[in-house]
Design a binder for this molecule. Structure first.
Ligand code: SAM
Length: 227
């Protein structure tokens, strides 16, 4: 049984995926779920840490999916051969870690048709990756599970160099069109926090005016969208 968060991620895996890579797979719940459901999908579960790597191996052995899921120990996309995966999932990490994994492994993205990314924080950096590396944001989702709010950003190679405004990178171009309930909940929260921080910054003497301006700009964007 997958969490609502991972189930939502799984729903974005294309039906015609041949090789799915799940990077930072931990227990390998996601590839196990997908491979049980779709016999034609092969998966690679990547883990950089020994403990999670062993849990992934155990889980895969236990449900008899050894032939379908290859569990590999290594950093980010290093564990992939060039062009090996056509769908890559990176979920449950900070946005900047996801971005650095993709950036360090960009030579492995040549055959990728879809990247499904679920940053726990800082989705903006994942969207900036799209902008800088010729990917297009094709789907976005925001969801609420046990008091936490998660965002999912789905990217596909883009040959049209789609442009995004800084505001779209911050709030999500597709979320801005859909504005689900969780979008309001997230940004109301962030708004309160940022306004407090701005007050504190104004009282402090050693704050960079750039940082202050950035926060003021972000608060303006949020207010434009949730009020
Ligand atoms: N993807 C699963 C999920 O969404 O439920 C597990 C998320 S877990 C919080 C993050 C996992 O990423 C950890 O098991 C950690 O060991 C792994 N990880 C962190 N950095 C990594 C890297 N550079 N390469 C591969 N795995 C990494």
């Amino acid at each position: 049984n997958l969490s609502k968060r991972l189930m939502t991620v799984a729903n974005y895996i294309p039906k015609d995926t041949k090789v799915l890579a799940d990077i930072g797979s931990d227990h390998a719940y996601l590839p196990c779920y997908v491979c049980l459901k779709h016999e034609h999908v092969n998966a690679i579960a990547g883990e950089v840490n020994g403990g999670p790597f062993e849990s992934a191996q155990q889980q895969v052995n236990q449900i008899g999916l050894k032939g379908q899921i290859d569990v590999r120990l290594g950093d980010g996309l290093d564990i992939l051969k060039e062009g090996e995966a056509d769908t890559i999932v990176i979920a449950g990490m900070g946005g900047s870690l996801i971005t650095s994994i993709l950036d360090n492994g960009r030579s492995k993205l040549s055959n990728v048709k879809r990247l499904i990314l679920q940053p726990n924080i800082d989705a903006q950096s994942v969207r900036s990756f799209a902008k800088n590396y010729n990917f297009k944001i094709v789907e976005e989702e925001i969801l609420d599970e046990e008091g936490y709010i998660y965002e999912i950003v789905v990217l596909e190679p883009d040959n049209q160099s789609t442009q995004y405004t800084p505001k779209e990178l911050y709030l999500g171009p597709i979320l801005l069109l859909k504005k689900p309930d969780a979008f309001y909940r997230k940004w109301e929260n962030v708004l309160h926090k940022k306004e407090k921080i701005i007050e504190q910054m104004k009282q402090s003497t050693n704050v960079s005016s750039e940082k202050l301006e950035e926060f003021v700009q972000q608060v303006k964007w949020i207010k434009e969208e949730i009020n």
